[in-house]
Write a protein that binds this ligand. Structure first.
Ligand code: PEP
Ligand code: MG
Length: 539
């Protein structure tokens, strides 16, 4: 048994086989290959290997989980032989003279996107199958043996680091836990793990090149440790703890439907943070009163091109409808720094966190911004949408936003397209915005404090850098004083003030936030009922 310490970003326990994602494992290189015949032969051989793997999986599943559940592997075999899919791969290899990996990856993406865009829910769900067979084919092309790693089984993902787009791309239903060597508590990977209620450890000092897929491991998010080949005793203990945790969760579930009010009658709005429409399930399961932060940039990353107005409109509309009148606060595109989309061709920067990102991109590339705003105002007809702008540092920025949004609404009106005016607020996540929050308060309907960035900019500590952990004090007085100041300035102007950074979920601060007068806490869905329990016991 080997024991390695790490920092837990989601408290939970997982036991199962590990799957190592080696550096660059999720990336496919684009290379020119003149010998197209050789590339076609490689695809053929990989296809045969994948077919055999699927046959073995089918037979195993037939014994273990029955015919109905095993059928998926037969479907995958058929998809591997689909004429359109194979023709697309061949065309890219022959016409563009590209390597087999690139041809398979591009074809997989195109087909998955095509399925995902279909009206029919069943067909939409096929996008995941296309991804699955494409991943299998890519693995077989890389000469990796798929035998030890049975992707039909849930696994503990171990990686040096995972980018937000890699995390988003992973199939969550098959992930027991995340373990990364790098990362920080407020990195987006950690945030995603928390949203999905997946135990996760960061800063685990382990040589991933020496790890083998399939090794049994235990991730303990309470103690903050990873155990490789855990002893029987530890496994029994872990199972008992998992049961206990399940009981605690069941108890928390009894708080569903209860109000978020203190014993002295103060109401706090407990909302959820989400990164995609599928996260709404977690928000609703945990009885969020609304969504306080929809990180819309996740609609933009991991794609080949900008999502167009219709695509965005459909997503915002569906999210608003699913929330059935509850508030949906959509944050406009906050891309840049650690969240990249290749097609935007953002320049490489010395200091990306201080660079060209978020509202700075929207204001200098208004065509991108306007598309998103059009989609949002149109979707607002179908529910209770609010819009929130990130990374604000000046009054002028807010004025520029207002000019653009007024133009967008005028254009929609002229085109006779239905739209609705919405509540609009800004994130307070820079020290500059804190210091002028008295002026900003008069221009907007609400403030939402982004403590992740506010802490990074106030303490001059890069939120991505695990090395800085010893210097990181989330309860730093400077940050708490800033929050107090923003609440006071907001209330003076008669607007509500919330917190949507990770600090909002810190149970040690809930009482202090309520005393400061914070009106809303928007947190990972898994934290909502824990906070409800605290709030309902406060005086
Ligand atoms: C924040 O900075 O606190 C925040 C909520 O935004 P993000 O974590 O997405 O930067
Ligand atoms: Mg932020």
């Amino acid at each position: 048994m080997e024991q390695i310490a790490g920092k837990a970003v989601y408290k939970g326990i997982a036991l199962g086989p590990i799957r190592v994602i080696k550096d660059g494992g999720c990336q496919v290189r684009r290379e020119r290959r003149k010998d197209t015949e050789a590339e076609l032969a490689r695809v053929k051989a990989a296809g045969e290997k994948a077919h055999e793997e699927l046959q073995r999986l089918y037979e195993k599943a037939l014994k273990e989980v029955g015919e109905n559940n095993a059928a998926v592997f037969l479907v995958h075999q058929m998809m591997l032989e689909d004429q359109d899919y194979l023709e697309s791969i061949e065309n890219i290899i022959c016409n563009e003279q590209m390597n087999a990996e690139y041809a398979v990856a591009v074809t997989g993406d195109n087909f998955a996107d095509m399925f995902a865009a279909m009206e029919d829910e069943y067909m939409q769900a096929r996008a995941a199958d296309v991804k699955d067979i494409t991943d299998r084919l890519l693995r077989c092309l890389g000469g990796q043996d798929g035998e030890d790693y049975d992707f039909s089984e849930p696994v503990i993902i171990v990686a040096r680091d995972l980018s937000p787009s890699e995390t988003v791309a992973l199939d969550k239903s098959r992930i027991l836990a995340f373990v990364t060597v790098e990362g920080s508590v407020t990195s987006h990977t950690a945030i995603l793990a928390r949203t999905m209620n997946i135990p996760a450890l960061i800063g685990v000092n382990i040589d991933i090149d020496l790890l083998k897929d399939g090794t049994e491991a235990l991730v303990d998010g309470f103690k903050g440790e990873l155990l490789l080949n855990p002893s029987e005793e530890r496994k029994i203990q872990a199972r008992a703890e998992m049961e206990k945790e399940a009981e605690t969760l069941a108890l928390l579930m009894t708080l569903k439907g209860k109000e978020d009010v203190t014993l002295s009658g103060r109401k706090v709005n407990l909302y959820a943070n989400i990164g995609s429409i599928s996260d709404l399930v977690y928000a609703l399961e945990n009885d969020a009163a609304g969504v306080g932060l929809f990180r819309s940039e996740f609609l933009y990353i991991g794609k080949k091109e900008l999502p167009d107005e219709e695509e965005q409109f459909a997503i915002y509309k569906q999210a608003a409808q699913n929330l059935a009148g509850r508030k949906l606060i959509v944050r406009t595109l906050d891309i840049g720094a650690d969240k990249q989309a290749e097609y935007l061709k953002l320049p490489a920067e010395e200091n990306p966190a201080l660079g060209y990102r978020a509202i700075r991109i929207c204001l200098t590339r208004p065509e991108i911004f306007k598309t998103q705003l059009r989609a949002l105002y149109r979707a607002a007809v179908y529910g209770n949408i609010s819009i929130m702008y990130p990374m604000i540092i000046s009054v002028e920025e807010v004025q520029a936003i207002r000019e653009i949004s007024a133009r967008v609404k005028a254009e929609l009106a002229a085109e006779q397209i239905p739209y609705r005016d919405v509540e609009e607020g800004i994130m307070i996540e820079t020290p500059a915005a804190v210091m002028i929050s008295d002026e900003l308060a008069g221009l907007v309907n609400f403030f939402s404090i982004g403590t992740n960035d506010l802490t990074q900019y106030t303490l001059a500590l890069d939120r991505q850098n695990a090395e800085l952990e010893p210097f990181f004090n989330p309860h730093h007085k400077a940050v708490l004083k800033m929050i107090r100041m923003v609440v006071e300035n907001g209330h003076k102007a008669g607007i509500w003030v919330g917190i949507c950074g990770e600090l909002g979920a810190d149970p040690l601060l809930t009482e202090e936030f309520v005393k400061m007068g914070v009106d809303e806490l928007s947190v990972a869905p898994s934290e909502i009922l824990r906070l409800r329990r605290i709030i309902r016991q406060l005086r």
